[in-house]
Design a protein around this ligand. Structure first.
Ligand code: BGC
Length: 646
């Protein structure tokens, strides 16, 4: 209904409790034909897009700006951030999640996102708890995944959100080990007792499946309406002593104290208007900055980029779809405008003699004719996905793949920009000079792209997911995905080997590895050292997060341009631990002027050198020889050093 929110809990004036006004979603204040206000909020780059920036400060600014828009729209709770993992490359909601295929990337981003919202008076909601990795059968599928894998791979982004003080979590539609997420005592207990979450749990829309079991497991609020949690039912359950007043008080206390923590009882809180236009020039500029900083330059043969204006000549051909900028579903924000590639490139070339000529690419022969006329061609290829279903495959489709090959055959300076909700196949890579990925860039797509193409921004985006050579390269069986049986069961039998972990374990080179991304400058790594701060000791101390060792490395910008490097630390465990060959443990974005250098330090805690013991239900430090790798991607590791935990 126009002027309402995705979730509306009315105020209780007698008790002085304000209304809860919940709105989707992870890439901005959701507007739609049904809720009204189309085009009155910023269509931000998606969560996976900004994950590709590996820039925690940028995530904080993004969430802060979203919080401002939610507040001006009168909402006080954002149904964000999305913290699922890209276990299945085709999964429909990968674009909405901050983790990509790595829990540490997700954890760092989750913290910034939660703080960005909650520091600015908007309740954040970490979703979807837990193992909501696929959309196929999402309402019924059971994610069958063991405790160790959950603690090591799927829980850390949520744990980080809890550490950052997130006051609400959304339980998912799916089942975990046969029990629905919103009544799953096991996972909800882990959330509160092991991950330290002390806020309230709200169900995904219609994900509540019971009254008593859910209340006892710790579901505090049913959304969007009370089918299982309504006064009549609860009164009957109290009368029959199936639940106690304490059960209800506990949930009420959780909700109210969370609202208080984020300032909802503040008398001076300003009222917002759901129909107001809350966009601003500052937010448009930030959206543009995020696109540029999240764009990943995968390939740059002969350093064709950044474009040299002198080489472009009379014209540049811009070819391909330009309207796909976002994914679909509850996280969709209807954009106030779209800066297309041609608009962005035209603006960048405003003061030059080079004409921008556009062709949609729908008719390959006319696109080829245009590409023949100009020295340089930029081809934009796109695909998208949506909540509610997974992509059928990772292909951009024959039409677009043929288009790229046909253009590349006649134009030796072909640059391809890929707009995609996640992993994608690029069979034509070796035919073209440069390849960029813009993910789901939102309304400022073309400006952000032009900033990178012309060098206003030196790219520093890095892949948050592996780019495979072919569909289902990891060889998932139907049992693993999408699951088997009338009420589907999906077995996470790959255990810890998702994404780059699988490629490493199987010694297969992906098309482009996790963490990869080029810059217009170069960086050199030296002086890796590991300094013990305190001994790795008792088991009880393992989860403490206290620094045990410091890994330090010197990074120098050895090129002619200023640039940003994402310094990545991976750890190899002693063989008996049964961990993947190497795992990201920390990363840091550094900005370096040409020729400047800096020392990057990573704190290593006992927990980071531990594995989850599912029998004792605790972290155990692994003893033996570890190897620390530092470098520019999971497959571009420049330095390594062993250290021993005795
Ligand atoms: C989605 C949630 C969303 C909710 C409300 C559900 O279908 O899974 O992510 O917040 O709808 O729109």
């Amino acid at each position: 209904m126009q002027g309402t929110y995705t979730g509306n809990i009315p105020a209780n004036d007698r008790l002085g409790i304000p209304a809860l006004k919940m709105q989707d979603g992870p890439q901005g204040f959701r507007t739609s034909a049904e809720t009204g206000g189309d085009g009155t909020s910023t269509a931000w780059p998606s969560a996976l897009t900004i994950a590709a920036s590996w820039d925690a400060d940028l995530v904080y600014r993004w969430a802060t700006a979203m919080a401002e828009e939610f507040g001006d729209k009168g909402a006080n709770m954002a149904l964000a951030p999305g913290l699922g993992m890209a276990r299945v490359p085709t999964a429909g909601r990968n674009f909405e999640y901050l983790s990509g295929e790595d829990p540490i990337l997700g954890a760092v981003m989750a913290k910034s996102s939660v703080k960005g919202f909650q520091d600015h008076g908007i309740i954040a909601n970490a979703k979807h708890w837990v193992n909501n990795e696929i959309e196929e059968h999402r309402m019924s599928v059971s994610a069958n995944v063991n405790e160790r894998v959950r603690f090591e791979l799927y829980y850390p982004p949520f744990e980080a959100a809890a550490e950052a003080g997130v006051v609400s979590v959304m339980c998912a539609y799916n089942r975990i080990n046969d029990v629905y997420a919103c009544q799953n005592n096991d996972t909800l207990t882990h959330l509160r007792e092991y991950l330290g979450f002390d806020g309230w749990v709200v169900s995904d829309w219609t994900a509540t499946k019971s009254s008593v079991q859910s209340i006892k497991a710790g579901l505090d609020q049913e959304m969007p309406v009370g089918v299982f949690y309504n006064p009549r039912k609860l009164e009957a359950l109290l009368a029959s002593r199936d639940i106690s007043e304490d059960d209800i008080d506990r949930s009420v206390r959780r909700v109210l104290s969370a609202m208080d923590k984020v300032g909802l009882f503040d008398k001076n809180r300003k009222e917002g208007d759901p129909m107001a236009n809350v966009t601003s020039a500052a937010h448009n500029a930030l959206a543009r900055e995020i696109v540029a900083k999240s764009t990943v330059l995968l390939q740059n043969t002969d350093n064709i980029l950044p474009f040299d204006a002198a080489v472009l000549g009379d014209c540049i051909a811009v070819i391909g779809d330009e309207q796909t900028i976002s994914g679909g579903g509850s996280g969709y924000v209807s954009p106030p405008y779209i800066i297309t590639a041609q608009t962005g490139i035209r603006a960048a070339l405003a003061n030059s003699k080079t004409q921008v000529i556009y062709n949609s690419g729908k008719d390959i022969s006319s696109a080829v004719a245009l590409a023949q006329q100009c020295v340089t061609a930029v081809v934009v290829v796109t695909t998208t996905s949506s909540e509610g279903g997974d992509r059928s495959d990772l292909s951009l489709g024959d039409a677009q793949n043929n288009l790229v090959s046909a253009i590349a055959a006649v134009n030796a300076r072909t640059v391809v920009d890929v707009v995609t909700p996640g992993a994608v196949l690029m069979p034509w890579c070796s035919e073209v000079k440069a390849v960029l990925v813009s993910w789901m860039p939102g309304q400022e797509a073309g400006n952000g792209l032009a900033d990178v193409l012309f060098g206003a921004v030196n790219p520093s985006g890095r892949l948050p997911v592996t780019m495979p050579n072919k569909d289902n390269e990891v060889g998932f069986s139907a049992e693993q995905y999408p699951g088997v049986g009338r009420v589907p069961e999906a077995y996470y039998s790959e255990e810890l080997l998702i994404g780059y972990r699988w490629y490493d374990a199987n010694q297969i080179a992906p098309r482009f590895p996790f963490g990869h991304g080029l810059s217009y400058t170069s960086f050199a790594y030296s002086a890796l050292s590991i300094r013990a701060v305190s001994p790795f000791s008792s088991k009880e101390e393992n989860a403490s997060g206290r620094t045990k060792s410091v890994v330090s490395v010197t990074v120098q910008n050895t090129g002619a341009r200023d640039g940003d490097e994402i310094v990545q630390l991976y750890l190899q465990f002693p063989a008996q631990a049964g961990e993947p060959p190497k795992q990201l443990r920390a990363f840091q974005k550094v900005s370096l002027k040409s020729q400047a250098s800096t020392t990057v330090e990573f704190a290593l805690t006992a927990k980071q050198c531990s594995i989850w013991d599912s029998e004792a239900h605790r972290w155990d430090v692994v003893q033996g020889t570890f190897t620390a790798f530092v470098g520019a991607s999971s497959r571009d590791l420049r330095l390594q050093q062993d250290f021993v935990i005795a």
